[in-house]
Design a protein around this ligand. Sequence first.
Ligand code: DAH
Length: 351
Amino acid sequence: MSAITMSIEDFVKQLDELAQSATVAFAAAQDPAQLDEARVEFLGAKNGQLKSVQKNMGAVPGPNRKEAGLKLNAVKNSIQTAFESAQARLLGDTGSEARDPTFDATLPGTHFHVGRLHPITQTINELKDIMGRLGFTPAEGPEIEDDYHNFEALNIPRAHPARDPLENFYLSVAQSQAEHDATFSENPLLLRSQTSTVQIRVMEKTQPPVRIVSLGRVYRPDTADWSHYPMFHQIEGLMVDEHVTLADLKTVLKLFASNYLGDAVPVRIRPSFFPFTEPSVEADYFWDGKWVEFGGAGIVDPNVLRSVGYDPEKVSGFAFGLGIERLCMIRHQITDIRYLFTNDVRFLHQF
Ligand code: DAH
């Protein structure tokens, strides 16, 4: 039974004696079993000696309570430390049979697996690097875009199939054509379907000359197969200055392909159509004995330049947009785009 009152001096004395005997007991333990016995005796949560001394704290007069508490904590810590050092002594003693039986020092260690950059990230870094050497600065734009930047400012007319709700991830779903038309007039949000948006974002904020690349995710509700995935990456290039021509475009694409694939790679351009370029081309490079499609490109349409306040009489530009997965897959001979996004570390580990 605890006394009704106990002087602070007595309380401190009890604690000091306790610390003393606990330290002696721990030091005397010859094996983990003995140490554990001592631990229960002194530190046991139910009937440990420390616990019973602690109960006396309530009997220490109020004004001394704080001091008592501090002392109690100090002693608790020193007993704990004494226990831990005894434990280290017994477990670290490799000559003793009393070691932790679950630990076998002769087993090989556990390998620490260092992560690595995803192959797409590696490709992005490399492409950025190549374009950087050609004087193109990286630029970014939001992945949640509005209709204006994804279509309107890029000269993509209202009725263009690329704006179809079924071809895009709009963030609000219209229940009817009428509702759809109404939402359209409000500049609805969508996950961007192309990085061409960044052309607009950059030109809105800067005056020519412009020379940027933008690499990032785009989204289209395609069913996944070996060459399609509803999320993929594009690299977009834009150069606007006085007298920029298709010859500049072709040179940049050729240097780009040759740098990436590591050889003098022939590039050809074929006529095509994109609303935001005039003329528009499809670019191919010659690789592995055949022409491989690269992506779209062209001379920036005057309407696009006007939409950002540039004067098409004074400046011209080229733009291109290429799929990053395709470049990465060609380089690494990856045969199915889905491998890239299944996150199987056995696959990813190889790059
Ligand atoms: N944005 C087009 C697409 O996603 C690719 C593209 C074509 C980008 C022509 C361009 C361009 O900058 O000039 O299919």
